[in-house]
Design a protein around this ligand. Structure first.
Ligand code: FES
Length: 51
């Protein structure tokens, strides 16, 4: 996704980011949740497609 983006979470929190590149956190480990801060890298392993 390219920024700026505006996200509304399930609890109604609106998150706006003007970062050039924005990823939505799907692991829920991010301190910036719902935006990915790459915390997912600490424990999640994928058998392929690693960055
Ligand atoms: S997907 Fe959760 S920190 Fe990246």
């Amino acid at each position: 996704m390219e920024g700026p983006v505006e996200l509304v979470t399930d609890d109604g929190t609106v998150v706006v980011s003007d970062r050039f590149l924005v990823a939505v956190c799907t692991c829920r480990r991010s301190k910036l949740f719902p935006l990915c801060d790459t915390s997912h890298r600490k424990r999640i392993r994928k058998s392929s497609n690693q960055d």
